[in-house]
Design a protein around this ligand. Sequence first.
Ligand code: IDC
Length: 313
Amino acid sequence: MKTKYDRFGALHVDKNGKLVDRNGTVVALHGYSTHGLSWYPEYVNREFLEYMKDEWHIDCIRLAMYTAEEDGYCVGDDSNRKKLIEVVDRGVKAATELGLYVIIDWHILEDSNPLMHKDLAKEFFKIVSERYAAYGNVFYEICNEPNVNCTWSDVKAYAEEIIPVIRANDKYSVIFVGTPKWSQRLDEACADPVTIDDNIMYSLHFYAGTHKEELRQIYRDAIAKKLPVFVTEFGTCAADGAGDHFPDESKIWLDLLDQNDTGYMMWNISNRDETSASFVPECMNYTGPYEDSDLREPARWYRDVLCKLAQNS
Ligand code: IDC
C-alpha cells in the first residue's frame, strides 16, 4: 500500500496554517512517538517500523531524543551524543526507506527552558539539517515542552536562533516549535508569532485524562486565527503518563483534530511499566509482529483509530 509520503511527498505550511503538498492538498499525518531514544533504542529498527507501517498504518514516527533525563543529549559526554545521533540516523534512514515521515524531536522536559542548552541544540540541528536536507520527509521539532518558568519570549528567542541554523542547510522542511506550559499555550504564540520563517507549526500537547475543554478552546481559538498547529504528542491517560485510559475523552479530542485536519502522534513506543506505553512490560519483542496480548489497552485503541483513518483516506 502506498504511504502518505509516496502520495504527497514533501509538505509545507500554507497561508491558512495547514500542512499541504505541492498542489495545496491538505495532509493530516498520524503516528506514534518513541519513548526516549536513550531509554529504548531497541525499537528504532526497520523491522519494527515496517510492522507499524503495514499493520498500524502510521504515516509518521517521532524520534524523541531527551536532552536532560536518562543519558540525554545534553547531560552525557561526546560518545553518548554520538550514540544518540546514530540512533536518530537509523530511525531517519529506516523511515525514509519505508516512505514514512519522521520527526526529530529535541525532547526538553526536566530542562524546562530550551535556552538552557541552546548551544548544544544549535550544534545538533546543524548536524541533522546538513545530513537530511535533501530528504523531504524529515521534520524538526526544536523543543518538546517548555515548562515551569519558561516564557513564550524565551521560546521565541530560542526559535529565532535555531531556525536559521536549520535553514542554512535545509530551506524547505517544516519546523515544529513548542509552546509554554508543556506545549499548551498556543494563545501566546498567536499573540506574538515567530515571523522570521513561515514554514513552521506550533506544537499542542494534551493528555486526555487531564486536559479537557479549556485546552480544546485554546486550540479552537488558535485554529480560528489560522495558527499552524500540530499535535506532536498526546496521551489517552493523565499527564503523568500513568493511571487510567480515557477512550471517550480521547475521542472528543481526536474528532476535533480530525475536523480541522490537525495531525497527531501518540506517546509512547516502549514496554515501560506505565499506561502510556504501547507494550506490556513482559513483551520483549522489539521488531514485531505482536499479539494483542502484547499491547496495552490505549495502544489497541489507537491501532483501531489508525486503521479506520487509513480506510477512509
Ligand atoms: C514521561 C515518560 C516516563 C518518563 C518521564 C520522564 O512516559 O516514562 O519517566 O517522561 O520525566 C510529557 C512528556 C513526556 C512524558 C509524558 C508522560 O513530553 O516526556 O513522558 N508527558 O508524563 N508531556 C506530558 C506528558
